[in-house]
Design a protein around this ligand. Sequence first.
Ligand SMILES: Nc1nc2c(c(=O)[nH]1)N=C([C@H](O)[C@@H](O)CO)CN2
Length: 119
Amino acid sequence: MDTVFIRGLEVETVIGIFDWERRIRQRVRIDLEMAADIAQAAATDAIEDALDYKAIGKRIIGFVGDSEFLLVETLAEQVAGIVREEFGVPWLRLSVSKPGALRGADDVGVTIERGGQWQ
Ligand SMILES: Nc1nc2c(c(=O)[nH]1)N=C([C@H](O)[C@@H](O)CO)CN2
């Protein structure tokens, strides 16, 4: 399986369950791995035949920056839906984390996989 990935995408957003978290913007980190057959893009050397990580990254930045979810779970599910539906991605693995949200830990968050098997 070929994949196209985005690692360490950081976006500031309103997220969290506590009152103080509703009043500030916090940094979330997104790691995304997407199934994509890269053969056609490699053969033509044309961006039109590729899964465009820049276009997907910009869409995620806009959506996450405007969102105000309580849980990282909800944010992850929503982002996964956008990537799958708008960009035709058949399978993805997505992590959403809040670096520094837990004292003593580097990072906390969730990882989800969505979509079926990919040859
Ligand atoms: N599974 C989760 N646990 C927690 C979340 C979350 O989004 N998913 N959020 C919080 C708080 O908002 C925390 O990040 C504040 O530091 C706690 N647990």
